[in-house]
Design a protein around this ligand. Structure first.
Ligand code: KG4
Ligand code: ZN
Length: 331
């Protein structure tokens, strides 16, 4: 089954063709990062307008790269939330138009479910129960997945998500947008112990709270702006504490749940220190770890097509009345 995936939840306009939920035939991503950079973050109105401009050219490119025509597509999967409502609406409207005009089944996909399915695209032989850590610009969620399409939320971010903390501190440090990759790069030259930051364990729960450490980092920065040595140390310290909490809580949950596989997904899963630490600690614990390659960690439409495929395979369809839902819950 060839599924066309569309993703427009934030500032990436993306289309992909995936065969049988496992083989990526094409995965085209047009990033708007350059457009939003001078504002220091995503401007929702601009993002929606750019999606309108770019979505059909990106779709054409995805079909061309996959060497298929629209007539060969079997179903359309689209992100319907969570995300920026105006941005999501562009993708949902396009998907509905395609489904209606071609008589194709339509499936609306939760963006977070998409991030998890980047794991299934990476390793199709994943065994359940799965524990998934989704770390992105807006989320830090720990999810137990007993089987395809079933989710139990074990913990979530109570305030700032991990990516948000990286982006906000990076912005104050005068680094570019998005800040996560800049912090990752700069941290490689820094000493994580040189700037003391609190380890944000929240409490004994599996929830995350990164707003305190973000504020502590912003306070530490005062008076040191422009000091390259200090900036590198601060980036390393911030990255160290955020990753440490993510790793500790995730491994604690994996032990308690007796998880077979851990999937780490979402934009922050592209972080090199997080990838290295998760790999080392999972090896020590004998836990199978799946972290998608970088291009499948950050927003893309292949993950949406894959998640959609597993729903379609179970006979699920979305009505043509679906809309975008900015706060859509994973369930
Ligand atoms: O999943 P994603 O592309 O979009 C959302 O769904 O939010 O995640 C974007 C987030 C941004 O906060 C970005 O700074 C962060 O992922 N990010 C990183 C890295 N690459 C992207 N954070 C830390 N290190 C990275 N290498
Ligand atoms: Zn995302």
């Amino acid at each position: 089954m060839l599924v066309l995936g569309l993703e427009t939840s934030c500032d990436e306009t993306a289309a992909a063709v995936v065969a049988d939920g496992t083989t990526i035939r094409s995965n085209v991503i047009a990033s708007q990062a350059a457009l939003h950079r001078r504002f220091g973050g995503v401007v929702p109105e601009l993002a929606s307008r750019k999606h309108v401009e770019r979505l059909l050219p990106v779709l054409d490119e995805a079909l061309e790269e996959a060497a298929v025509s629209l007539g060969q597509i079997d179903a359309v999967a689209v992100t319907r939330g969570p995300g920026l409502v105006g941005a999501l609406t562009v993708g949902v409207a396009a998907a509905k138009g395609l489904a209606l005009s071609r008589g194709l089944p339509l499936i609306g996909v939760n963006h977070l479910e998409g991030h998890i399915y980047a794991g299934f695209l990476t390793a199709p032989d994943i065994r359940f129960p799965v524990l998934a850590l989704i770390v992105s610009g807006a989320h830090a969620d720990l999810v137990r997945m007993p089987g395809h399409g079933h989710y139990e939320i074990l913990g979530r971010s109570r305030d700032d998500a991990a990516g948000e903390a990286f982006d906000k501190v990076a912005r104050a440090m005068g680094l570019g947008y998005p800040g996560g990759p800049e912090i990752d790069r700069l941290a490689q030259q820094g000493d994580p112990k040189a700037v003391p930051l609190p380890l944000p364990m929240a409490d004994g729960s599996l929830d995350f709270s990164f707003s305190g450490v973000k504020t502590a980092a912003l306070r530490a920065l005062r008076g040191h702006e422009g000091d390259q040595r200090f900036l590198a140390d601060l980036a390393a310290a911030l990255q160290f504490v955020i990753v440490e909490v993510l790793v500790r809580k995730t491994l604690r949950a994996a032990r308690t749940l007796d998880a077979e596989t851990l999937i780490v997904a979402g934009g922050v899963a592209a972080n090199s220190w997080l990838r290295a630490q998760m790999t080392r600690r999972c090896e020590e614990e004998g836990l199978r770890l799946v972290i998608p390659p970088l291009v499948l960690c950050t927003d893309n439409a292949a993950m949406i097509a894959a998640a959609g495929y597993y729903r379609l395979r179970r006979g699920e369809r979305s009505p043509l009345s679906i809309g975008a839902e900015s706060e859509l819950l994973l369930q």
